[in-house]
Design a protein around this ligand. Sequence first.
Ligand code: SAM
Length: 259
Amino acid sequence: MELPPLQAGTLYLVATPIGNLEDITLRAVRTLRDCDLVAAEDTRRTGSLLKHLGFRKPLLSYFQFNEARRSEEILRRLAAGEKIALVSDAGSPGISDPGERVVRAARAAGLRVEAVPGPCAVIGALTASGLPAGEFHFVGFLPRKPGQRRRKLESLLGVPGTLVIYESPFRVEKLVGELAELFGGRHVVLARELTKLHEEFLSGTPAALLQIMQKRKLKGEFVVLIGGTAAEPGAEEIEAEEPAEPADTADPDPEVESG
Ligand code: SAM
């Protein structure tokens, strides 16, 4: 099939693997290969991905603390006709990752923006969790300050559909404790290490999950899902799946395994 070339003056939001390096679309590879510049959250990490794909590109760092300045530069270069790919460390740029600011600015300036969709932890976790996916509310990361965090969690009590939260491995046990207080009767799923060797789904009430976490130190990256108010049957049961058989996966962030 003859594919159209990349368009001049376009910002491409390219999703990259969240663990398994095979999870990159053909279009993502072509976009990264054919663009003029890759704006990356972490140039070293993206450099390793490009090396794995077999090519190099000029890289520009674009992360939370230089977003404003870099957005201006990206806009100038787009206006001059460059084709720019924006990637984050993992998954979809703009989803709990930098990207939103430059997209808004590019659109406001009448420049072209295209998504090159692919891996995204919220979608992987939700679709494989067994919780209803028809209506869901993506929360992203909760505030860290205790008062703000508590108020945010309380504000979610009445929100319909499945709630999806990103949490750092260092705070996930604390979060499950908070859910035991506020969302005690709900069905909760912990989606751990998606697409990686030790991928695992743990499901049950927050109190039961907390018991497991106190016995077993769970490492890696987590998405925390909370079933809607009409809890799914079986919330009282714990179904902890055994980690999948070692698959032919490559983890771009091996430190996460041991962290
Ligand atoms: N942009 C990314 C996406 O599209 O999902 C999310 C980036 S955010 C900085 C990182 C958070 O996403 C982690 O703390 C975790 O909650 C979730 N996450 C990313 N990769 C994951 C994985 N392989 N397994 C489980 N959760 C993951």
